[in-house]
Ligand binder design. Sequence first.
Ligand SMILES: Nc1ncnc2c1ncn2[C@@H]1O[C@H](COP(=O)(O)OP(=O)(O)OP(=O)(O)O)[C@@H](O)[C@H]1O
Length: 439
Amino acid sequence: MVRSSATVPAVREDLERRGVHIVEDDGTPQVGLLLFDVVGPELEAALREWSHASGARIIAIALHADALSAGKTWRLLAAGAKEVVVWQPDDVAAVIAARWERWNEVDRLLESPLVSSYVVGGSPVLRQVLRQIVEVAVFTTTSVLLLGESGTGKEQVARLIHSLDRRPDKGELITVDSATIVPELSGSEFFGHERGAFTGAASRRDGAFALAHKGTLFLDEVGELPEALQAQLLRVVQERTYKRVGGNQWFEIDFRLISATNRDLPAEVERKGFRADFFYRIGTWTFRLPPLRERREHILPLAEHFAQLSLDKRERRNVILDERVCEFLLRRDYPGNVRELRQVVERLCARHVGVGPLTAGDIPPDDLPPASERAEQRLDSAVEEAVQRGFGLKEISQVAREAAIRAALSAAARNVPRAAKMLKVTDRALQMELAKRQD
Ligand SMILES: Nc1ncnc2c1ncn2[C@@H]1O[C@H](COP(=O)(O)OP(=O)(O)OP(=O)(O)O)[C@@H](O)[C@H]1O
């Protein structure tokens, strides 16, 4: 049986009082309540259709606990439910209202200037990850592991998480680059040391854990962390206590751990190249940031953002990238991901004369595509123009064919065998083409 929330007026009124508006037949995309007592293909199909058609976030509510099992819950989530709960007359409205409030808060933050000042790009693939990141950042202090190729924005996301963290008296964001840690000093780097703990320890020093107290410890390149150190850190991450090197006193710490790596850490764990226990501890939440090639629609918004940042320094406002520059940026590949794009844009900005948009003349010669690619671009623009002018495929092919033959004959000083070679056809084929034209 499927009942709409309208059949439970008391709940509906309670929710309205709490500011939760139930989806009406007009499909306003807010929250939908689906009350059921049997999970079956019919209910799943209705749910699938409803969630697709309305864009509403649907909370599926079992009228009694027996109606729900783990398997049924997963099926309802797969069919589009955003939450699955059992009806509890006393607190169902409060549960729904709280869930609704949290969704709204995350939506509001996703649209906020704060989030977009850290992370530019609104494609569905990034937004889906970002939505979860924002929720984890605001409502938890659990460990986060960021995976992704170099330059995809892992450090940037770590900064965002720290800035969204709502702990009172929030501490600082402390970054440790695991790749540059000197093994002999690694203990001191993390735990600090007492005076005289080792040769050269002239005075007591705090380590990264002490500095990150009440804040965030960002462990960059965590995949490079030596195994012995992984074991030492595991203890601290689990127990939240540590001792300075050469000291006896235990210190308690409260920090959020964010780790990042461009290595395929799950695969390394599988082949025993990284400790599994440490991996599971650091990755309570694991997010993978997509490479730029999987979200090419971000190239121009990111380029505008970086151009603005770069030219802001020279007090230029509202920079515009002209059509050629956009084309140039869109045609390029970025194996170094967002970092590489940023560097390219900074090079363009460095050549900018200070007035007008960024133009082709701002592209450093070394960045220009090779001549063959430029010819291809010109050909593309000509074809584009022909299509816009209403030429059909047949006409365009014919005109291109004739232009190619003319160009080859002219370049070969009308020597047919040579022109045929340039066109990669046999002499006879070219002769036949020319004969056709004389008919
Ligand atoms: N979505 C984004 N919006 C704005 N700037 C971004 C975004 N992603 C990355 N950047 C910028 O791109 C550059 C590289 O990003 P970042 O250092 O965060 O990458 P990373 O994944 O940590 O790289 P690595 O693995 O090499 O350390 C930085 O200058 C960062 O500010």
